[in-house]
Design a protein around this ligand. Structure first.
Ligand code: NOJ
Length: 650
């Protein structure tokens, strides 16, 4: 729906398909702005738009509206894998074609899409005489929200990239840049997340208060101080504002994917994967990445782990530390990493052939430490080497605090970083390789276009256990980081009381993560003997839980306190439910009305009444019973605990 105003100054209202969300566009005194209303309540006050461009006048003044084009779009999109197979792509679009009314008479289009649960817009700059390649000095987009709005934030421009604990603050405290998705709750109870979709060839958007106390984009700069160098035509990523009436409803927002293009090539070869790894043994100090007496990635260990994967029924094996470059302080010496040269005690050809013979997918590993010049030089040969050995999955890593390129230090989330990650995704697609990127660029839904990007990290994961993770962290993630897509949280560490890495969780909670934190590549992160010898009954859930879901139904939760979600398997009629809580224990009542008719066998893994993430982390009750639609389950989550349920259709 579209409403016209007949003032001399131009105002346009664009309504969502259900008419409840309204975007109010204005052009006054040559300047453009927008505001957002939901249910007639003002959510985003008039906010400025435009750019500063190096060596040119800013592109924000003296604008006139040349033409407006409005259309409606209604479509159901099918995603190849993920949390939901089908998502709605229903919106009202308004494209405002703008031109400067003074020299240099540049032109620009502002395209809005108003969904029932989101507002998105982007700038499109066509090529024009004397305006072909530009350097963006600043993007002026504002999100003018009330200063008393509550925000859940992690800081930007810090050495650990996106790996911080979420903090609650008022918007008036956002004096330093924060990452997106930035989750917010207005005083009137509207929940929002400000994020972006389809981030290509541009710096990632961070947000902070400007001098006028208005939230404004702060595009991650390059080391030359600019935000991006772009050839025209150029479209910015979509600026995305997700809207909901509750925190739990916010978690169902999939507009980010709708704003990305469908795949342009065949990706039917992409398959989600569950894998174990030569990995946690390094974190608990049993093995090392570097060669030596306790080297993890030896041919012998790899074969043992392949045999274990076969016995466990897990399809994949990650091997870290197999290549040259880990000697000494690997974080300092990353420039030496060689991605086609194995250590002398590891034979990739032999291991790959053994894995193939046993039907196990290897997950290769490239730790770049952020030395992307070193990596890019080897990229083609490194991917060819894996492809030639039948390796279809690679976990990449960028553990440095900055990216290093020819002596320059650049932010991971700068235009340069964005373009580097994209290069790896596209090359991997060519070689039929799937990626799980650690220390990645944040998710902006490009997995819709590039389904071989199966997972990424991009938040504190379980490697921070042993002191730097509190039970509330995994209760923040669904409402914040996970709005940007799946995450490799390295779930399923059952050796909770390990003296090197003491986990701040209960046993049931570790398996709940396989449901509460979606990942297209899901790692069962503990060592195989822990699953086989110590917790075979708990491991059964890890084995059963799928990595690809038909649909997701968040059931209950509050930001940072708890989260309960049900997901239906894509390949069967079974459902899975996971719940996690913070330091507080709580009881949850789950109505099973979402089930189809018929009888389900519920396999319930829940904290025992005396479980506690510190005092009794292993307290678990595993029980089975028959349930059906119309019934309910009452569950207890211990402090720092959770539960996992399989509902198997009989
Ligand atoms: C950090 C990654 O998150 C972790 O999974 C990996 O083991 C190390 N870097 C080494 O590459």
């Amino acid at each position: 729906m579209f409403k016209w105003f007949s003032h001399s100054e131009i105002e346009r209202d664009i309504f969502s398909p259900d008419s409840l969300v309204r975007c109010h566009f204005t052009l006054k005194s040559g300047r453009i702005s927008y505001a957002i209303y939901k249910n007639d309540k003002l959510i985003i006050k008039p906010s400025k738009l435009g750019f500063k461009i190096c060596g040119e006048a800013p592109l924000q003044d003296n604008l006139k509206l040349v033409r407006t084009q409005v259309k409606k779009h209604a479509e159901i999109i099918e995603l190849q894998w993920g949390e939901d197979r089908y998502i709605n792509n229903n919106y009202t679009e308004a494209a405002f074609y703008l031109a400067e009314n003074k020299d240099p008479k540049r032109i620009m289009t502002l395209r809005f899409r108003i969904f029932d649960n989101s507002v998105a817009f982007r700038y499109e700059i066509p090529p024009q005489p004397k305006f072909q390649r530009i350097t963006i000095k600043d993007e002026l987009t504002e999100f003018n929200i009330d200063l008393n709005t509550t925000a859940w934030k992690i800081p930007a421009y810090q050495p650990d990239r996106y790996e911080y604990n979420y903090e609650r603050a008022a918007v008036y405290d956002l004096k330093h840049s924060v990452h997106t998705p930035l989750t917010l709750r207005t005083q009137s109870g509207c929940y929002l997340a400000i994020h972006e979709a389809a981030l290509y060839n541009y710096g990632s958007m961070t947000i902070k208060l400007n001098d006028q106390q208005i939230l404004k984009t702060d595009i991650t700069p390059l080391s030359d101080g600019s935000k991006a160098h772009v050839d025209l035509p150029f479209s910015t990523p979509w600026r995305l504002i997700m809207l909901a009436d509750s925190a739990i409803e916010l978690t169902t927002n999939r507009t980010m994917y709708a704003l990305n293009d469908p795949p342009a090539q065949d990706f039917s070869w992409v398959k989600t994967l569950k894998f174990i790894g030569i990995w946690w043994a390094m974190y608990v100090g049993e093995w090392t990445w570097a060669p030596g007496e306790r080297h993890g990635a030896t041919t012998a260990h790899a074969k043992e782990y392949i045999d274990a994967a076969v016995r466990l029924g897990i399809a994949g094996l990650l091997i870290e530390g197999w290549n040259e470059g880990w000697e000494g302080d690997w974080l300092e010496n990353g420039i030496n990493n060689k991605f086609t040269v194995s250590t002398s005690d590891f034979d990739l050809e032999e291991v790959a052939s053994y894995a193939r013979h046993k039907g196990i997918e290897l997950v290769g590993h490239h730790e770049t430490v952020g030395f992307i010049d070193n990596y890019e030089k080897q990229l083609e040969s490194a991917y060819n080497y894996y492809a030639a050995n039948g390796v279809h999955y690679i976990k990449t890593g960028y553990a440095g605090s900055m990216m290093m390129i020819n002596g320059r230090r650049e932010f991971h989330h700068s235009q340069l970083g964005v373009n580097h990650y994209q290069k790896t995704v596209e090359l991997a697609a060519k070689k039929h390789i799937c990626l799980d990127i650690h220390e990645p660029i944040k998710g902006t839904g490009i997995e819709r276009t590039w389904p071989n990007l199966l997972s990424r990290e991009g938040a504190r994961g379980q490697e921070y256990e042993g002191g730097a993770l509190s039970p509330s962290h995994a209760c923040f993630l669904p409402y914040t980081r996970l709005l940007a897509g799946g995450m490799d949280y390295t779930s399923g560490i059952l050796d909770l009381a390990n003296s090197v890495k003491r986990m701040a969780t209960t046993l049931a909670r570790q398996i709940a993560y396989f449901v509460t934190i979606y990942s297209g590549m899901a790692m069962a992160a503990d060592r195989p003997f822990i699953y086989e010898d110590r917790f075979p009954e708990v491991f059964k859930f890890i084995l059963d839980v799928p990595t690809n879901f038909e649909k997701t139904l968040p059931l209950a939760g509050e930001i940072g306190r708890y989260y309960v979600v049900a997901r239906k398997d894509r390949d069967s009629l079974d459902w899975y439910i996971g719940g996690v809580t913070n330091e507080e224990g709580r009881r949850i009542h789950i109505s099973l009305d979402f089930l189809d008719s018929g009888v389900y066998q519920a396999e319930i893994y829940a904290d025992s009444d005396d479980a506690h993430y510190r005092e009794n982390p292993f307290g678990i009750n595993i029980q089975q019973k028959h349930v059906g639609r119309g019934e309910a389950l009452d569950l207890y989550m211990a402090p720092g605990g959770g539960f996992a349920i399989r509902l198997k259709k009989l």
